[in-house]
Design a protein around this ligand. Structure first.
Ligand code: NCD
Length: 328
């Protein structure tokens, strides 16, 4: 499946209206996003070390057929905090024997698993999984297509930092998404969520990583190749993306000078306005798209949300699992 096909299919089949799964954010109504975000915000206020029992007796399957630390760990924690059992077939599964994602989810479903979280290197894998399964499928990242819980957790952390988490109305908020956008499922989901909730998004990157046709991802999406000029417009937030070397056939996709032109260096971070927000989904390539000192919060004039994004990820995944399990 091409990304374009995956986007079209997930927009029409995967918006969560026909199943309780979550394949993508593109096409999802603002009210559905706000319902999940509001529940996640409320869950963030709950004591962290107390397990709820709303999902007691239910089972959540995890099939991460690609590496993951944050997403897999937080889905596992989220399911357990809801009181669900977790069956994790991410490592050494029969996928390594060539079993398809469709057969993997059918097998989990046959065990009686109630909701299945999938990650795959293939764009459209979550759509294929949802077509094969009666159980709701939650996309934890499929190739370059979407990573919807990441888009929601980015939105939650941003709205919280800006004091917009009462209504999740982002009108007037200006966000730069910078770097390897073409290979980024994070960017596609963030663009869908942020623009649907009213933010103005500008993509920033070199031609090869941010081709002009990406502006068709959403209405009103802007694009520029000049990071310094974009910073001079005083954006509210800058979302840096990892250069995803493993998703590019050409290892030379990033030219020497990338950091100088598109990296959030310490010097550039200091030019952001006081209190500006810096985000990164992780993992970072320190010294490529973001300087380590910036990522670690050592530039005191900006607010770095990297760790808060991870924390918000647990709450968003609890809210998405509750929805998938029919609890909320
Ligand atoms: C991202 C992913 O895997 O899509 N990471 C994540 O889920 N936090 C982004 C990336 O790998 O660059």
């Amino acid at each position: 499946m091409t990304i374009a096909e995956a986007m079209r299919v997930s927009e029409t089949e995967g918006k969560g209206e026909c199943t309780r799964g979550l394949v993508g954010l593109r096409g999802m109504p603002a009210e559905s996003m706000r319902t999940i975000l509001t529940r996640a915000r409320d869950l963030l206020a709950e004591p962290q070390n107390v397990a709820l029992d709303v999902a007691r007796g239910r089972a959540v399957g995890l099939a991460f057929l690609e590496p993951s630390t944050r997403t897999r760990g937080s889905f596992s924690l989220a399911a357990q905090r809801l009181g669900a059992m977790v069956v994790d077939v991410s490592t050494n599964s029969s996928a390594s024997k060539g079993e398809s994602i469709a057969e993997t989810v059918r097998t989990l479903e046959a065990m009686g698993i109630d909701a299945i979280v999938v990650r795959s290197a293939y764009s459209g894998a979550a759509v294929s999984a949802q077509r094969a399964s009666e159980a709701p499928i939650i996309n934890a990242g499929d190739g370059r297509h979407e990573h919807p819980t990441q888009g929601l957790l980015d939105t939650l952390s941003l709205a919280e930092a800006l004091g917009r988490d009462a209504a999740f109305d982002l009108a007037g908020v200006r966000v730069l998404i910078v770097g390897d956008i073409v290979a980024s499922r994070v960017a596609r989901s963030a663009v869908a969520a942020l623009t649907t909730l009213g933010a103005h998004v500008t993509l920033v990157g070199p031609d090869r990583l941010a081709p002009d046709d990406l502006t068709t991802l959403a209405q009103g999406l802007a694009i520029t190749r000049d990071f310094d000029a974009a910073i001079a417009t005083n954006p509210d937030a800058v979302m840096m993306l990892r250069v995803q070397f493993e998703r590019h056939a050409d290892p030379g996709v990033v030219q020497a000078g990338y950091r100088d032109a598109f990296g959030l260096t310490t010097e550039r971070a200091r030019r952001l306005h006081q209190g500006a927000i810096v985000m990164h989904p992780g993992p970072t390539n320190p010294g490529v798209e973001i300087d380590q000192a910036v990522a670690l919060g050592r530039v005191k004039s900006v607010r770095v949300l990297v760790r808060r994004q991870v924390r918000c990820g647990v709450a968003v995944r609890m809210a998405v699992l509750e929805r998938a399990l029919g609890i909320s």
